[in-house]
Design a protein around this ligand. Structure first.
Ligand code: GLC
Length: 428
């Protein structure tokens, strides 16, 4: 895994597409029969991108504290946000926008020093060659349940047509990976409708790496990706290896007019802390309106998150997962040398913050945003048995940041935690 990715902690996901015209669910609305494909595609005529300002997007993303951004270059509906010579279904050729959104966006993102991530749906529910086979080549017993956008409804598979689709897929990915400067991250989606063998893995991955040797590929590649992508529900157990939690700000990926169920800034900050406390990144999604403007409620979250991150930077970038919640009932991170422990304090404490199982003496404790130094006391413990006592850090509500507070604990040595079950003290 590339170091920039694990150090980055925050990315901004963007679901921009024709679905914002009527404010319906991205791609799924026609796939699930909520509307006809014909009605869905009528949105092409309403996609103007008339106020799309890539520099403003990039500026806002940089101010959010994110170090990378991922844009839907093509969602499951097959509509490309880039200029593709392999299909007429693009915002360039088929909408009044007539702009290469991917080009303008990636230029602006790179100019702001951020890493460029391209979301690309492996599913293409619009391409005539796509529904030519079944997952793993297994024809289901009940053909009435087959979705015509995914697989042949008559149950007759056509391997040759599938191979044609793979060629088309490779061609479009060739465009995405070579026409827009260096791509840092390729964010696949929809691998689940075909097996690794059908996606021609691992040769497919080798092809992608040959075009862009340093590209990181997310997990959605039938076991051949570089990192895990839990979605919408925060992991409770730390996922193995590198990971990134993707989430919406309200409940929709794209812009849905009547979705007013927004998470609060405080909730978003806490979710972010939860992710980095377990060594992961958060990929926070925005869904721009069809004209390219961002709902102020989404922009406010991004800017508020950025303000909070800037006040607590050293507890975030370049850190690693912290101590387990059985030691401290909250989130935490550790500096790269493990000599500084950062505790996230979510709620105002009555009089103390409690830390159990800490083996080393604390050199200094400061409230990160204010610089105020805090005192502490230790009760209990059996040092001659190597069983630490409980550390009580004196902290009261006045010491709180208006969102989440961070306490910085400094040590001379690497932090060591006790994990035992205690013992009877047989020598006093
Ligand atoms: C899901 C959905 C898709 C969305 C994505 C984001 O897999 O299919 O609509 O783009 O998650 O993670």
């Amino acid at each position: 895994m590339q170091q920039w990715f694990t150090d980055a902690k925050l990315g901004i996901f963007i679901h921009y597409g024709i679905y914002a015209v009527q404010g319906v669910a991205e791609s799924w609305s026609f796939y699930n029969g909520k509307m006809s494909r014909e009605d869905y595609m009528k949105q092409l005529d309403g996609f103007t991108a008339s106020k799309f300002d890539a520099k403003h997007w990039a500026d806002m993303i940089a101010r959010s504290g994110a170090k990378y951004s991922v844009l839907t270059t093509k969602h499951h509906d097959g509509v490309a946000l880039f200029d593709t010579q392999y299909s007429d279904l693009s915002v360039m050729k088929a909408t009044p926008a007539k702009r290469d959104i991917v080009k303008e966006w990636s230029d602006a993102i790179r100019e702001r020093g951020l890493h460029v991530g391209m979301y690309y749906s492996l599913i293409d529910w619009s391409h005539p060659d796509y529904p030519s086979v079944f997952e793993s080549g297994v024809v289901p017993a009940d053909l009435s349940q087959v979705n015509r956008f995914s697989s042949p409804v008559d149950g007759i598979q056509d391997e040759e047509t599938w191979q044609k689709f793979l060629t088309f897929n490779n061609n479009q990915l060739g465009e995405v990976l070579t026409n827009y400067g260096p791509v840092d991250l390729l964010w696949f989606d929809g691998d689940w409708e075909r097996s690794a063998e059908q996606w021609n893995l691992p040769a497919f991955k080798e092809y992608l790496k040959s075009l862009s040797p340093n590209v990181i590929i997310n997990s959605r590649l039938q076991g051949h990706g570089d990192y895990k992508t839990p979605e919408q529900g925060i992991p409770i157990t730390r996922p193995e290896g590198a990971w990134e939690f993707c989430t919406t700000i309200n409940t929709s990926w794209g812009y849905v007019h009547d979705d007013h169920k927004y998470k609060s800034l405080n909730q978003i900050i806490r979710m972010f802390c939860d992710c980095i406390s377990m060594g992961g990144n958060m990929l926070l999604d925005i869904g721009p309106m069809e004209d390219g403007t961002i709902d102020p409620r989404q922009e406010d979250i991004l800017l508020g998150l950025g303000d909070w991150i800037r006040a607590h930077e050293e507890a975030i970038y370049g850190t690693q997962d912290g101590i387990m919640t059985r030691y401290y009932l909250g989130g935490s991170t550790l500096s790269a040398d493990k000599k500084t422990l950062y505790l996230f304090v979510y709620d105002a404490p009555k009089e103390n913050i409690c830390l159990k199982g800490l083996c080393n003496p604390i050199k200094k404790i400061t409230v990160l945003h204010s610089g105020k130094e805090l005192t502490h006391e230790i009760h209990g413990g059996v040092p001659w048995f190597d069983i630490p006592g409980t550390t009580w850090i004196h902290m009261t509500p006045e010491d709180m940041h208006e969102q989440v507070s961070v306490l910085k604990l400094e040590f001379d040595e690497e932090v060591r935690m006790y994990g035992g079950a205690g013992a009877v003290v047989t020598h006093n």
